[in-house]
Design a protein around this ligand. Structure first.
Ligand code: A3D
Length: 320
C-alpha cells in the first residue's frame, strides 16, 4: 500500500516541527511547501537525514510550487505571519487573508480531496476564509485551536495536582483567543470533575480560575517569552493528533474549529466545539449543555469570531 501524502503549507516554526513529527510517527511522506526558497528544501533534507538515526521511513520533498502537493491526503496550513510581542491575533488578519487566498487556490487545484487542518491566525476567521477560497466541503476542513488550548489547561492542572497529564482531561469551547470558554465542570482528573476536586480539598475555585485565565492567555505568555515568534511545539503536536485521527480513522473526540450549520444555534461560522474526526473528516459535532454563564461567554466568543469574518468580507469583496 502506498504511503499517505501529507502536505505542509508553510515551512516555518510550526511547519518544520510538523514535518519532524510526521516522520517520527511514520504517518506518511511529507511535502513541505513555502514561498521562501530553500527553507522547505533545507528543512526537508535535514529531517530526512535524521531518519536513519531515528529509524523511520518517510520521503521528504521541499517545494515552492503548488504542483508538489498534488493528491495529498492531508494538508496542514501554517502559511502566514505569526504574532510579535504587542500584536494581537487580529492584527494578522489582512496579511494572512491574502495568504489564505493563495493557499485556497493551490488546494482547490491540486488537493481537492484532502482533509485540511488550518492553523494560521486569527484561526477561526482564517479557516472560514480558507474554506471559501478552496471550495472544500465543510466536513473536510477544520481549524486547530481547541486541542492546543485544552492541552495547555491540562498541563497546568496536572502540574497543580501533581498527577500525570494522561489522567487529566480538559474541555474548551468557543473561538481561539482570549475569550475562549474552558468548561471547568467537564474537565476532569481520572473522570472526577474539577468542582468535585475542589470539594475534596485538592484545589480551590480561585486557583482554578487562575489556571483558566492562564490558559486563555497561554499563547501570549509564550510570545512574550520567545520575543521573536509564537508557540510551535504544542501547536504542531495538536495538529498531528488531529491528522492522525483522520488517517487512522481513530474517531477521536477533539475540540476543533468546525463549520456549524445550526448546531449551537449558529450557522455559517467555524467555532471551537468537540467533534469526532475519522476517515470521513469531521464526522460529528457534539452539542453539550451549557449553563447560563457559559452560554454568555460562548456568545461573546462567537461575536468576536463573527466580527473578524465581517472584517474579512470587508477586505475581500469576493467573500461577502
Ligand atoms: P513562521 O515560523 O513565521 O512560519 C510561517 C511560514 O509561512 C514562513 O516560513 C513563511 O515564509 C510562510 N509563508 C508566508 N506567506 C506564505 C504564502 N503565501 N505561502 C506559503 N507560505 C507562506 O510562523 P509559525 O510557523 O510560528 O506560525 C504559523 C501560523 O500559525 C501563524 O499565523 C501563527 O499565528 C499561527 N499559530 C496558530 C496557533 C493556534 O493555536 C491557532 C498557535 C500558534 C501559531
Amino acid at each position: 500500500m502506498a504511503r499517505k501524502k501529507i502536505a505542509l503549507i508553510g515551512a516555518g516554526q510550526i511547519g518544520g516541527t510538523l514535518a519532524h513529527l510526521v516522520g517520527l510517527k511514520e504517518l506518511g511522506d511529507v511535502v513541505l511547501f513555502d514561498i521562501a526558497e530553500g527553507i522547505p528544501q533545507g528543512k526537508g533534507l535535514d529531517i530526512a537525514e535524521s531518519a536513519p538515526v531515528d529509524g523511520f521511513d518517510a520521503r521528504y520533498v521541499g517545494a515552492n510550487d503548488y504542483a508538489a502537493i498534488e493528491g495529498a491526503d492531508v494538508v496542514i496550513v501554517t502559511a502566514g505571519v505569526p504574532r510579535k510581542p504587542g500584536m494581537s491575533r487580529d492584527d494578522l488578519l489582512g496579511i494572512n487573508l491574502k495568504v489564505m487566498e493563495a493557499v485556497g487556490n493551490g488546494i482547490k487545484q491540486y488537493a481537492p480531496n484532502a482533509f485540511v487542518i488550518c492553523i494560521t491566525n486569527p484561526l477561526d476567521a482564517m479557516v472560514w476564509a480558507l474554506q471559501k477560497f478552496s471550495g472544500l466541503p465543510t466536513h473536510k476542513i477544520v481549524g486547530m485551536a481547541g486541542v492546543l488550548d485544552s492541552a495547555r489547561f491540562r498541563h497546568f492542572l496536572a502540574d497543580e495536582f501533581k498527577v500525570s497529564v494522561k489522567d487529566v482531561t480538559a474541555f474548551v469551547l468557543g473561538g481561539h483567543g482570549d475569550d475562549m470558554v474552558p468548561l471547568v465542570r467537564y474537565s476532569t482528573v481520572a473522570g472526577i470533575p474539577l468542582p468535585d476536586l475542589v470539594k475534596m480539598g485538592w484545589t480551590t475555585h480561585e486557583r482554578i480560575a487562575a489556571m483558566v485565565e492562564r490558559t486563555r492567555k497561554g499563547g501570549g505568555e509564550i510570545v512574550n517569552l520567545l520575543k521573536t515568534g509564537s508557540a510551535f511545539y504544542a501547536p504542531a503536536a495538536s495538529a498531528i493528533a488531529m491528522a492522525e485521527s483522520y488517517l487512522k480513522d481513530q474517531k477521536r473526540v477533539l475540540p476543533c474549529a468546525a463549520y456549524l450549520n445550526g448546531e449551537y444555534d449558529i450557522r455559517g461560522l467555524f467555532i471551537g466545539v468537540p467533534v469526532v474526526i475519522g476517515e470521513g473528516g469531521m464526522e460529528r459535532i457534539l452539542e453539550v449543555e451549557m449553563s447560563k454563564e457559559e452560554r454568555e461567554m460562548f456568545a461573546k466568543s462567537v461575536a468576536s469570531v463573527q466580527g473578524l469574518v465581517e472584517a474579512c468580507k470587508g477586505i475581500n469583496g469576493s467573500l461577502a
